[in-house]
Design a protein around this ligand. Structure first.
Ligand code: SAH
Length: 262
């Protein structure tokens, strides 16, 4: 019984399909100079190829019971290091690539964590529903957040039977590439949302105000606080929404803000 609970807790679905493994590794476009961080190496099926093709792999694994598998790899390849702990709580060092068959239960907090990490690309296996949501640019919090910070590319979908044990749902391989603020100079809504997610502790009205000012700055113009407030007034967003923090907005409110921004 306890064993079953453990499996649930660690969210373990080990990749067993060679074709999917190859597609995943191809998507990683590894080079011999790549500093890699892998979240959840599990039994190391992905890790081994990362070690072969990259410069160095730092693994972060929650389940100490898998130590044996990683140790075998560490003996064989000298460019693997392992940190045991929760990837959500551990510092992810600056690197070229963050790679993971991501435990589905940590998708959202992990994406939030990625916003604060320094890397060039992240190649992930995620639940297909998340991939659909993000690639269709749906107006939900998670999709807006992901699309404001990353360019997202979908590589392929994966059937449940490619994993052991099979998850209940389909999965997808996606690739995230961070976009910086300057690249969003002509993507007004993405820029505003990016600023707002980055300063999420502010009340929405202050958050939009500062974001509008920052956007003007990027275009070499100076918008005063008063002018910015006038613009927000013209949006007619309900006061109750304007007084909330990003965390407390409903998906309907996210949609409303996205639609009204101009
Ligand atoms: N990469 C392996 C395993 C994928 S399953 C493969 O493709 O076969 C997900 C892995 O993430 C498991 O090894 C699990 O123990 C680990 N894991 C789950 N939650 C984690 C967390 N919060 N931090 C780090 N690793 C975690």
């Amino acid at each position: 019984m306890e064993f079953i609970n453990n499996i649930d807790y660690f969210d373990q679905h080990f990749l067993i399909d060679k074709k999917v493994l190859n597609d995943f590794i191809d998507a990683c476009e590894l080079s011999i100079d790549d500093e890699i961080v892998e979240i959840g190496p599990g039994k190391g099926i992905i890790t081994e190829l990362l070690a072969k093709k990259g410069k160095h792999v730092t693994c972060i694994e929650l389940d100490l019971n898998l130590e044996h598998f990683i140790n075998v790899l560490k003996d064989k390849y000298k460019n693997i290091d392992v940190l045991y702990g929760n990837a959500l709580n551990l510092y992810i060092p600056p690197c070229d690539k963050i790679i993971s068959a991501l435990p589905y239960s940590i998708t959202e907090p992990f994406i939030e964590k990625l916003l604060r990490c320094e890397f060039k690309e992240s190649i992930l296996i995620v639940g297909k529903r998340f991939a659909d949501n993000v690639c269709n640019k749906s107006l939900t919090k998670l999709s807006l957040l992901t699309n404001s910070f990353f360019n997202v590319e979908r590589i392929r979908d994966i059937e449940p039977n490619c994993f052991d044990p099979a998850p209940r749902v389909m999965s997808s391989i996606i690739k995230l590439k961070p976009v910086n603020r300057e690249e969003l100079k002509y993507s007004f809504k993405r820029f505003i949302f990016r600023e707002m997610f980055y300063n999420r502790e502010r009340k929405l009205k202050n958050n939009i105000m500062e974001a509008l000012i920052e956007f003007s700055k990027l275009h070499g113009k100076r918008l005063t606080k008063r002018e910015s407030k006038e613009i927000i007034k013209s949006y007619n967003i309900p006061e109750i929404t304007l007084n909330k923090q990003m965390e407390n907005l409903s998906n309907e409110e996210y949609e409303l803000i996205f639609e009204t921004l101009k």
